[in-house]
Write a protein of this length. Structure first.
Length: 298
């Protein structure tokens, strides 16, 4: 897959064609100095949230961060429907059907979970390539998703090593889950040229504010580094405006991430903790959406 030419930087001005507002240094200061509600979990985990006046509006941000060394990070997949069938998850991370994020998290023995990658709302089957150990793999990424699905998160060393890449190499990094757009790669803001993108994609997804789900990590994603699961609520003007893709990149940068990847957003956006339950306010009338994939820490 091709990397496009530079059109934005997370903490510098963004063009009007890319985002609804200009991203300035004042936004980074607002983020750093926000009145964060913070709690601490076992083994060095941190759960925090804040409503922050930034990007000319308000961002309702939820972050779970944890040391890679003291948790296992895993991908859980459960495609299709399972009405009245008890939810189960096997050792591979394969569930017997799709379900809400909190249910998939609980069934897999997780302490923390966020929703995963894109899928067909009617069938609950994935539209992004995903592979688990033990033989499971989804269908290839749908051509209709290629505007936004340009990266992947791979897991190695029993959940103690994470790799966010451009494109996907399932033989090298698996379990693996494709998603996108890539936000930060190897310490650099990923580069896009909106003039070469589908205009409807730019206006409806890339530049428009939506609820967003992001995963990223510090350093090289190894045992000495930390994972961040991030949710930005949206569709509540004045309290939770949601974020554009450039604004997601900026928030990733403010959290000190070296690599970050946008996941499925909108009504799927959910972040869950075993101790606190669902932390954010899903935009599907406050109810969790049934999803086929989650990313967990346990």
């Amino acid at each position: 897959m091709k990397r496009f030419l530079l059109l934005f930087a997370a903490v510098l001005s963004a063009s009007a064609a890319m985002a609804q507002t200009t991203i300035t240094s004042a936004d980074s200061l607002a983020f750093i100095n926000a009145d964060w509600n913070i709690s601490y979990g076992d083994n060095g985990a941190e759960v925090k949230s804040a409503v922050i006046p930034m990007f000319g509006g308000h961002q309702s941000v939820f972050v779970i961060s944890y040391p890679i060394a003291t948790y296992e990070t895993a991908i859980i997949v459960g495609e299709g429907f399972g009405k009245d069938i008890p939810l189960t998850v096997d050792k591979r991370g394969l569930a017997n059907h799709s379900d809400i994020t909190s249910a998939l998290g609980k069934a897999s023995g997780a302490e923390y979970a966020i929703n995963g990658n894109y899928f067909n709302m009617k069938t609950r089957y994935l539209t992004c390539y995903t592979r688990l150990r033990g033989g499971y793999q989804s269908t290839p990424t749908s051509p209709s998703e290629l505007n936004r699905v340009n990266g992947a998160i791979g897991i190695r060393r029993g959940g103690k090593k994470l790799v966010i890449t451009e494109g996907c190499n399932p033989k090298k990094h698996y379990p693996v889950m494709m998603a996108g757009p890539v936000l930060i790669l190897d310490g650099e803001d990923f580069q896009y040229d909106v003039d070469k993108m589908n205009p409807k994609y730019v206006s409806n997804f890339y530049s428009k504010r939506h609820p967003r789900t992001i995963v990223g990590y510090t350093g090289k994603g190894g045992r000495k580094d930390r994972v961040c699961m991030i949710v930005i609520d949206g569709r509540v003007p004045g309290k939770a405006d949601g974020a554009s893709i450039p604004e997601c990149t900026a928030i990733s940068r403010y959290l000190g991430l070296s690599n970050s990847l946008n996941l499925d957003g909108g009504g799927s956006t959910t972040i869950w903790s075993e101790d606190h339950g669902v932390l954010n306010h899903p935009s599907d009338y406050g109810e969790e959406r049934i999803v086929p994939t989650v990313l967990i820490a346990r």
